[in-house]
Design a protein around this ligand. Structure first.
Ligand code: ADP
Length: 514
């Protein structure tokens, strides 16, 4: 059986009307069922009516029901009938019992109802707090936290709120983060807010300090200490003075404080990670650069001092001079790479695009490595119908040069190289392929990182060549990646976008021609 609902019928008018109607109903039922003079039965029906009214309609209506029941009972059932006169005084006791029942039951139900209301409100508030914490858990920035907090505080308590966060040295409050359109806009009472920050105690409206303020300020305290100050304002200031509301507000403040602390910690962790990476990069740069600079310098110094000795034959002299030349070239390459990378990183490289045929750029790059090729077979496959590409000739030559130099460095002396190009949707693809050892699986994306060299491979450079290639391709809006070839070897794919049309040659200016 469904339990009797204790929910109050809305509106006092309806409640009183319902009480009156229930008495009329009780009279009609008693009259129809038992007729006059069946006093005990009629009393039962009236009492039932009073109990029902008390359960559903609260104090006032149940008292009205009791008084009306007494009057109707007296009028319709107690002799002499149809008058309010009472001859038998024992009926007064019945009247008193009817009123007492009404009072006791409505008192009891009022208490139960108040408890139910409180439980429901608690449940609603717990749900609101849960919703707040769930949204806050996903927030990554202080601004998001302020916005989420403001929305939930308004929905749950009708409060307008803002966040005051400290300056980086945590001594002063600096900034009011109030979501757009929030009428918190009037200048914050900085002094009160600062007091709250310094003393870590609530102040303003509803507290015992600065209570004449129009807003209430709460310190947001997390496990590692204060993180911000929450300012709240209510359209009806009395809301901020109700103890239950303040408790609820304090619970909100705790959630917001934890969320802010979490973002602070995440930020710190990110900074520490960045510091660590920078540190690692710096030490790997130092060790590579110092090793790569010192080795050729030591060789050059050794060869040069040998040259200074008198009794060396022409062949040795020639050998030493060649060594000096090779090592100087190596140094030159290294310094060039370092400079290129610095310029690329600083965004100082200006991409000077021109519409050029690819074979011109590839040809120029191959020319530059001609000596190093030392008779190696280079297969070029550049279809005649390739479109012109908008590229910076110097940069793309540099890119191809780095790839070709790598191919020469990391593959066996007699293995062939291949340069091919194809038209692709929206651009062209250039491939530089070799028949060397290829790239160990898993290392493919990483070889484009700065200072990344594959372990166990004879040191070639500082690990900047491919990082520069990537920088150049990105500066052209393209992409570069590496794949291992089916028959062995590595294959570097460069995709370069071809946007728009090359400009038609300008028509001669008739005025100048004259
Ligand atoms: P490095 O200055 O050391 O040559 P790169 O950035 O040019 O630096 O190359 C990174 C690493 O990728 C190299 O250390 C090398 O091990 C590997 N690598 C580059 N090109 C090839 C290739 N064609 N075949 C095999 N390994 C290569």
């Amino acid at each position: 059986m469904k339990a009797l609902s204790l929910r109050r019928i809305p509106g006092p008018r309806t409640a009183y009307l319902a009480a009156g109607t229930s008495v009329l109903l009780a009279t009609a039922i008693s009259w129809a069922a038992f007729g006059p003079r069946k006093l005990a039965d009629a009393v039962m029906i009236y009492l039932l009516g009073i109990v029902l009214v008390s359960l559903r309609l609260g104090y006032g209506p149940s008292l009205l029901a009791a008084v009306l029941s007494v009057l109707c009972f007296d009028f319709f059932f107690i002799p002499p009938l149809y008058t309010f006169a009472i001859h038998d005084l024992s009926h007064v006791a019945t009247f008193a019992v009817m009123c007492l029942v009404a009072l006791v039951i409505s008192g009891l139900t009022e208490r139960v109802r108040a408890q139910a209301d409180a439980a429901e409100q608690r449940e609603q508030r717990t749900a609101a707090l849960y919703a707040l914490s769930r949204e806050l858990a996903a927030a990554k920035r202080l601004e998001d936290i302020a916005e989420i907090a403001a929305r939930h505080l308004f929905d749950a308590l009708g409060l307008h709120s803002g966040l005051l966060v400290p300056t980086s040295d945590h001594s002063k409050l600096s900034l009011l983060l109030a979501p757009k359109g929030d009428p918190v806009g009037d200048p914050p009472e900085e002094f009160v807010a600062q007091w709250v920050w310094d003393h870590e105690r609530p102040a303003g409206l509803g507290s015992d300090v600065f209570s004449s303020s129009s807003k209430s300020y709460l310190p947001l305290l997390a496990s590692r200490g204060r993180v911000a100050v929450l300012s709240v304002r209510a359209d009806q200031p009395v809301r901020l003075q109700i103890p239950e509301n303040r408790e609820y507000l304090a619970a909100f403040a705790n959630q917001i404080a934890s969320a802010i602390e979490r973002t602070d910690l995440a930020f710190e962790a990110q900074r520490a990670q960045l510091r660590m990476e920078t540190e690692q990069m710096r030490s790997s740069l130092l060790s590579s650069v110092s090793h790569d600079l010192r080795t050729p310098l030591a060789v050059v110094t050794g060869a040069a001092s040998s040259l200074l000795e008198d009794e060396i034959d022409t062949d040795t002299r020639r050998e030493l001079t060649e060594t000096i030349l090779q090592e100087a070239q190596r140094l030159n390459r290294l310094v060039r790479n370092l400079l290129d990378m610095t310029r690329l990183e600083a965004g100082a490289v200006h991409v000077n695009k021109e519409w050029l045929p690819l074979e011109e750029v590839v040809g120029a790059a191959l020319n530059r490595v001609e000596d190093a090729l030392a008779g190696r077979q280079v297969v070029t496959d550049l279809p005649a119908d390739l479109p012109l590409v908008p590229v910076d000739a110097v940069l793309i030559q540099q890119l191809l040069l780095n790839l070709l130099e790598n191919a020469l460095k990391y593959t066996p002396a007699e293995s062939p190289l291949e340069v091919r190009a194809r038209t692709r949707p929206g651009g062209v693809e250039v491939v530089v392929a070799d028949r060397g050892p290829g790239i160990p699986p898993g290392d493919e994306p990483r070889i484009f990182d700065k200072f990344y060299r594959i372990g166990g491979v004879r040191a070639g450079g500082v690990g900047l060549g491919l990082a520069i290639c990537k920088g150049i391709v990105s500066a052209h809006g393209g992409q570069i990646f590496v794949m291992n070839r089916p028959g062995g070897g590595a294959e570097f794919h460069i995709y370069l976008p071809v946007d728009g049309e090359p400009l038609a040659p300008e028509a001669p200016d008739p005025i100048q021609e004259m």
